[in-house]
Design a protein. Structure first.
Length: 87
């Protein structure tokens, strides 16, 4: 991909429009796209696509973790909830 550089204006509410040539060049900067915004240096802002999350896989892992039995009686979920309440 060749380097593109354009100029944009940050509006009153902090909104920034990514110019069309850049949106087309990267392919992932579409309306309503989730992005990660960070700073690497004080004079730059980095915008990257937010990675998609496989929620089905995450929920399977959560269900598996909740089903594990330890040496103690009771569930792991209940233990964590009680521990959080104590702190």
């Amino acid at each position: 991909m060749k380097l593109l550089q354009t100029t944009s204006i940050i509006r009153n509410r902090g909104q920034l429009t990514i110019p069309e040539p850049i949106r087309k060049a990267v392919g992932w900067a579409n309306p309503l796209s989730a992005v990660s915004v960070s700073t690497m240096h004080p004079d730059e802002i980095v915008i990257r696509p937010k990675k998609e999350v496989d929620w089905d896989n995450i929920w399977k892992g959560i269900k598996k973790a909740r089903s594990l039995k330890g040496k103690r009686r009771g569930s792991l979920s209940k233990f964590i909830a009680e521990d959080r309440y104590r702190h």
